[in-house]
Design a protein around this ligand. Structure first.
Ligand code: GLV
Length: 318
């Protein structure tokens, strides 16, 4: 029987699966945890299940000399020091696939919300200002025939591309090294061409050294005047202060952001703008996806503790 530390209550059958064979302790209270809290909670564990809001660095690994796996309950794993885990022979796993459609739906919800002024129109009506149908009331931007640019053509980027084609958009994406059967209509381009060509630019890349600040001020200003920027990936992919300046200049038509550079803080310059739709990182927040994410995190941990290969490997352990 191994000792598993979990940093939050998990939905669905995950905890039951773990408790059937192991000793499990579950942290209660807020889920945004400081590194020392994660380290204190995990101390002595053989396995850790973490959320993306839990930094897992060397100090955590130091307090768990027997740690065999860090099972992140998220597709992204930028909260984990993967180099340090690899050095120590600790497995790192994530939860891709099960959240792909939910996250693509949310990206698409943001695209429709910003381009069709849904929030503004709702506020207008609720304030009692709807006095009858008008030809030019709340006119937004049409999508048909426009260019949808996708940065990061992985699972979620492709799911967004499929939705884009269904809406009659022309899809462009950054190059990918993997096979891409079924996307013959997609034009691949470098980031500069993509940024300069897109009417809607949607971010789906992981956060790493190459993508941090990818959308810096120059790139933001290279976007088409009146274009829309959607981010359901990770906040630091965009230079947020630069984005505020570019919005202040009226260069962009609008932004839809589900993620922020310093969550849960939001740059004050983004707040209160009619053309900025801001969500509290709910990309994968369907009951179905969250339950499957937790279950997959649990299955990853169970596999490693049983001496097997986990289903979704980020870092191979020993
Ligand atoms: C959510 O942002 C995730 O990485 O799962």
């Amino acid at each position: 029987m191994s000792n598993i530390a979990v940093t939050a209550q998990l939905p669905g059958p995950a905890l039951e699966l773990l408790r059937a064979c192991h000793e499990v302790r579950v942290h209660s209270g807020p889920t945004m945890l400081e590194p020392e809290v994660v380290a204190g909670w995990a101390a002595g564990a053989d396995a850790l299940i973490s959320l993306l809001a839990n930094p897992v660095g060397a100090e955590v690994m130091e307090r768990c000399p027997a740690l065999r796996i860090i099972g992140n309950c998220a597709a992204g794993f930028d909260n984990i020091d993967c180099v340090e885990a690899g050095r120590r022979g600790i497995w790192v796993t994530n939860t891709p696939d099960v959240l792909t459609e939910a996250t693509a739906d949310l990206a698409w919800a943001l695209i429709l919300t910003v381009t069709r002024k849904i929030i503004e129109a709702d506020a207008f009506l609720q304030a009692g200002r709807f006095k009858g149908w008008e030809l030019d009331l709340m006119t937004g931007s049409g999508l048909q025939g426009r260019i949808l640019g996708i940065v990061g053509f992985g699972r979620i980027g492709r799911a967004v591309a499929r939705r884009g084609s269904a809406f009659g958009m022309k899809v462009m994406a950054t190059h990918t090294s993997k096979a891409i059967n079924g996307f013959e209509d997609v034009t691949f381009a470098d980031i500069e061409t993509l940024v300069a060509s897109s009417d809607v630019l949607s971010l789906h890349c992981p956060l790493n050294d190459e993508t941090r600040g990818l959308l810096h001020e120059n790139r933001l200003r290279q976007m088409r005047r009146g274009a829309f920027l959607i981010n359901t990936a990770r906040g630091p992919v965009i230079d947020e202060a630069a984005l505020v300046r570019v919005l202040e200049d009226g260069h962009l038509g609008g932004v839809g952001l589900d993620v922020f550079a310093q969550e849960p803080a939001v740059h004050p310059g983004l707040l209160g703008r009619e053309n900025a739709v801001l969500l509290p990182h709910i990309g994968s927040a369907t009951r179905e996806a969250r339950s499957e994410m937790a279950e997959l995190a649990a299955r990853n941990v169970l596999a490693v503790l049983a001496g097997d290969e986990p289903p979704s490997i980020v870092v191979r352990g020993r």
